[in-house]
Design a protein around this ligand. Structure first.
Ligand SMILES: *[C@@H]1O[C@H](CO)[C@@H](O)[C@H](O)[C@H]1NC(C)=O
Ligand SMILES: *[C@@H]1O[C@H](CO)[C@@H](O)[C@H](O)[C@H]1NC(C)=O
Ligand SMILES: *[C@@H]1O[C@H](CO)[C@@H](O)[C@H](O)[C@H]1NC(C)=O
Ligand SMILES: *[C@@H]1O[C@H](CO)[C@@H](O)[C@H](O)[C@H]1NC(C)=O
Ligand SMILES: *[C@@H]1O[C@H](CO)[C@@H](O)[C@H](O)[C@H]1NC(C)=O
Ligand SMILES: *[C@@H]1O[C@H](CO)[C@@H](O)[C@H](O)[C@H]1NC(C)=O
Ligand SMILES: *[C@@H]1O[C@H](CO)[C@@H](O)[C@H](O)[C@H]1NC(C)=O
Ligand SMILES: *[C@@H]1O[C@H](CO)[C@@H](O)[C@H](O)[C@H]1NC(C)=O
Ligand SMILES: *[C@@H]1O[C@H](CO)[C@@H](O)[C@H](O)[C@H]1NC(C)=O
Ligand SMILES: *[C@@H]1O[C@H](CO)[C@@H](O)[C@H](O)[C@H]1NC(C)=O
Ligand SMILES: *[C@@H]1O[C@H](CO)[C@@H](O)[C@H](O)[C@H]1NC(C)=O
Ligand SMILES: *[C@@H]1O[C@H](CO)[C@@H](O)[C@H](O)[C@H]1NC(C)=O
Length: 761
């Protein structure tokens, strides 16, 4: 009896301290309501790591009016908190337009009855390894704070935590007697670290990675991890993959290494990465150090380690025993460093390199991890190219159903509302080793509603009714508590729901790209399918009508012009209208040009050319009205991470960071190896990059007939624009905020007359 009381007391003390992170979240996001909430952890089933439990919360009003949220984990409590805020108080937290929770009314509205919620999966996962390069590389701590609060409130309890890993690798390689000068050339630049961590690339074009980056990112990681833990998340830390600096062979000439394949079209010096075989004792030694170092720096805070050896990179051999040995050796190495370790693997290789990864090979590879529970596979693109069925649920390994949604952080309205609600529920019914739902976007771009939808689905046993879901979204997003929303906004979102957000044609299966973001050409821009489609799988008129409705809403309620969610959404929908209009105009330009001949004058092209260039000029002006649609913050946030006035060779640190930022979203590689992969419809970029690129191309096109057209000549016209944009210090693409006017001024003065003239409206 005594003992039981003692244990309860201890639990109470632990719970009291551990909920502090949630009270701090309330302080940050609802500063007027610090006393308004009571958080109580009832039974810490989750602390028993050997047992996977679903999370549960219950929300009620205590006698003095405080909102009491009880639950069995911190993640349950933070999810319950958001449930209260969205369902009862009608406020939420968002990307781009920031925190809106502080709009909550005083006193806090009381829930009519007790509200309860139970997750249907123990894990809610977040991030793709490459999100750390496409979205977060230049984030400040305050960007991270918002992100982590968003994740906690949306129930995420298993996030990847890659920031600052180079510090660990640097320390570990130094400890085995490689010099700093031998290690640094292995690392890739700030905007490209994800692929270096995967072993796809090595080295940094434009200048070596500065130690300052490594140190400052490491400091950032310490803050991130602390906050993740405070908010009840279990971070997934990196492990040693096997990829090493080439100089390792100078120190250990007998090390068993193989050379990775060439990734994309990268020159050999930047790819062909050296891979130390897991069968080598040195691999185990390095694994031990990588894991131990992290425990030393961060504490023994997780059992989850992310580790990918063959991301878009085939193994040295397809021999089944070899494949088994690789995982077996790797698994043993992790377990010997941390007996509790679970190896988390992105299942992308089985999608991207399907030809190599036959089921037989996958089975051999996965079988090297003899205890199923020691592995967790991320089915990375479950909404479109799931692999779990063909692999019979990864031959018994626990796995997570993920929505990937976009490649390269491309921007386009897009969603698969059916598959994201129906398929994970079906998967749960059909696979006993499914343990979580998650999000694996390459970039955290737009379409936030889709991301919320899947995370909310993790707490519903049946597919969410998206009609009601979109209505609630509109109400909470624009109104807040007690206000009314113009009916046009509901209509607009319903139109988007049944068009852009209801893709069911999986020939094109991710966020579409605007063709003006692609290198101009006379062919192959339209009708692209796959991961960066340019097809429009809905009636473009639906999106035009959604725009009309949205625009109309502000005529009914002009206060909307100062509403951050409204201006964001209106600009986003306008962007899509422009993207679709450009596609149509380009198609008719090509038709006109193709039917011309040596004898017709190019003057017939003039109006078409003028339409295309006007569309881009107007769009750039519109996008530049908001920072989240502008290039400038991306470039300036990169520069801001450099220390002032510390020149390095060959270029200053700030210039190197800016070059990385520019290069990733345009040429993506020293010589345009994956040109335009991570393109963005951003103000400044549209006006100072895509526009001149199209002007150069269209200028050439107007000068030649189809008979005389030469690809090389067209390309030659465009290349100088691409090169010039890589130059830092020119200010190319940097715009003063609001130089073209407010959203309202540009919509009324530029967009409406322009689209009307074009016949779009
Ligand atoms: C309300 O009561 C709870 C105990 O039920 C207490 O923890 C909390 O501090 C009280 N809040 C206020 C504002 O008095
Ligand atoms: C923790 O998990 C182990 C193994 O499943 C189980 O035997 C034990 O009873 C659990 N403890 C608690 C407090 O739930
Ligand atoms: C590193 O070099 C030192 C001094 O030469 C030597 O004592 C040590 O054994 C070396 N460590 C390893 C891991 O090779
Ligand atoms: C890859 O690097 C290794 C080691 O430097 C070298 O021997 C090999 O030739 C390179 N592969 C290619 C294709 O150049
Ligand atoms: C696999 O590992 C075993 C045990 O270490 C070894 O005997 C065998 O040669 C290895 N096979 C291959 C193909 O590497
Ligand atoms: C870290 O914690 C795990 C249990 O989660 C334990 O097995 C391991 O020994 C710990 N490692 C260290 C270095 O404390
Ligand atoms: C909300 O609206 C209801 C009904 O109109 C009203 O009774 C209540 O006082 C309002 N509450 C707040 C906080 O404005
Ligand atoms: C989505 O599109 C499919 C195929 O066109 C259709 O069957 C389905 O009803 C649509 N769903 C919604 C929510 O509009
Ligand atoms: C959902 O995705 C699967 C692939 O897993 C596909 O076969 C199916 O057609 C999709 N359904 C819809 C409604 O998009
Ligand atoms: C799906 O998209 C492809 C490519 O755009 C198109 O060819 C095909 O007709 C579409 N299928 C359906 C059923 O609409
Ligand atoms: C058109 O002009 C080009 C050179 O400018 C010539 O090569 C081609 O034969 C001409 N075509 C016709 C159909 O006259
Ligand atoms: C247009 O695309 C084709 C096919 O991909 C390519 O060969 C050609 O060089 C491209 N032309 C230009 C101007 O980029």
């Amino acid at each position: 009896m005594r003992l039981a009381v003692f244990v309860c007391l201890l639990a109470a003390v632990y719970a009291a301290t551990s909920t502090e992170g949630l009270y701090d979240l309330v302080k940050r996001r609802l500063p007027g309501h610090c006393d308004g909430f009571i958080f109580i952890v009832e039974d810490q089933a989750r602390s028993n790591s050997s047992e996977l439990a679903n999370d549960e919360y219950s929300i009620s009003t205590s006698a003095n009016g405080s909102i009491a949220i009880t639950g069995n984990s911190l993640s349950a409590l933070s999810t319950g908190l958001r449930r209260y805020l969205t369902d009862v108080a009608n406020v939420d937290i968002y990307w781009f337009i920031d925190n809106r929770l502080d709009e909550v009314v005083s006193p806090l509205p009381r829930p009519r009855d007790t509200i309860t919620g139970t997750s249907i999966v123990p894990w809610r996962y977040y991030f793709n390894t490459v999100t750390f390069s496409y979205t977060t590389p230049f984030w400040s701590w305050s960007d991270w704070e918002l992100e982590l609060d968003w994740l906690a409130l949306h129930g995420v309890n298993l996030p990847l935590a890659w920031v600052g890993f180079e510090k660990i690798l640097l320390d570990v390689f130094q400890s085995i007697n490689l010099t700093t000068a031998e290690i640094i050339p292995f690392f890739s630049g700030p905007a490209f670290q994800a692929w270096n961590r995967f072993g796809n690339i090595q080295g940094s074009w434009g200048g070596e990675l500065p130690l300052q980056w490594i140190d400052s990112q490491f400091e950032l990681q310490q803050k991130i991890l602390t906050r993740m833990l405070e908010l009840g998340m279990t971070p997934i830390l990196p492990a040693f993959t096997g990829f090493v600096p080439r100089a390792l062979l100078d120190v250990y000439p007998d090390a068993t290494v193989v050379n990775g394949s060439q990734w994309e079209d990268f020159p050999v010096e930047y790819t062909n990465t050296t891979f130390l075989e897991p069968s080598d004792a040195l691999f185990t030694e390095l694994q031990n150090q990588v894991i131990t170092k992290q425990i030393e720096y961060y504490g023994n805070i997780t059992q989850f380690y992310t580790l990918d050896q063959y991301n878009e990179n085939d193994p040295f051999s397809g021999d089944l025993e070899y494949l088994h040995n690789v995982t077996h050796g790797t698994w043993q190495s992790i377990k010997s460093a941390n007996p509790a370790a679970v190896w988390v693997m992105q299942g992308w290789l089985f999608t991207s390199n399907k030809d190599f990864w036959t089921n037989e090979r996958i089975e051999a590879y996965l079988s090297g991890v003899e205890e199923d529970e020691d592995m967790l596979v991320l089915d990375l693109f479950s909404e479109s190219e799931p692999q779990w069925q063909r692999t019979n649920s990864y031959f018994g390994k626990p796995w997570i159903w993920n929505m990937l949604h976009n490649y390269g952080g491309n921007m386009g309205l897009y969603g698969q509302i059916s598959n994201v609600t129906i398929n994970p529920i079906e998967a749960l019914a059909n696979s006993s080793s499914l343990v979580g739902f998650g999000l694996t976007p390459e970039g955290q771009g737009g379409n936030e509603i889709m991301y919320k939808l899947l995370l909310d689905q993790a707490w519903q046993t049946t597919p969410i009714d998206t009609v009601a879901y979109f209505q609630d979204w509109v109400h909470t997003r624009y109104a807040g508590y007690n206000n009314t929303v113009p009916k046009e906004l509901y209509t607009a979102w319903e139109l988007l729901r049944i068009s852009a957000y209801n893709n069911t044609n999986l020939t094109s299966n991710a966020v579409p790209k605007a063709i003006f973001e692609l290198a101009p050409n006379i062919t192959r821009l339209t009708g692209r399918t796959g991961h960066h489609p340019t097809t429009v799988n809905y009636d473009p008129e639906d999106v035009v009508e959604a725009w009309r409705q949205m625009y109309q809403a502000a005529t009914c309620d002009p206060n909307l012009w100062s509403h951050p969610a409204y201006t964001h959404d209106l600009v986003d929908v306008t962007r899509q209208v422009y993207s679709n209009a450009f596609l149509a105009s380009y198609t008719s330009l090509i038709a006109t040009w193709s039917s011309s001949s040596n004898s017709t004058t190019p003057s017939s092209l003039v109006p078409h050319i003028s339409t295309l260039t006007t569309l881009l000029t107007s769009l750039s002006t519109l996008l530049s009205t908001l920072p989240q649609f502008s290039l400038t913050p991306w470039l300036l946030s990169a520069r801001a991470l450099a220390p002032p006035h510390t020149p390095i060779t060959p270029i200053a640190i700030a210039d190197l960071y800016e070059y990385n930022a520019r290069n990733q979203i345009t040429q993506w590689g020293p010589g345009g190896e994956i040109n335009d992969y991570a393109s963005k419809s951003w103000g400044g970029l549209v006006g100072d990059y895509y526009l001149p690129r199209w002007q150069a191309f269209l200028g050439y096109l107007a000068s030649v007939s189809p008979e005389a057209y030469e690809h090389a000549a067209a390309r030659e016209a465009v290349v100088p624009v691409e090169r010039a944009f890589q130059e830092v210090g020119t200010g190319l693409g940097m715009r003063e905020r609001g130089e073209g006017g407010s959203v309202r001024e540009v919509e009324e003065g530029v967009v409406v007359p322009g689209l009307r003239e074009l016949g779009v409206l």
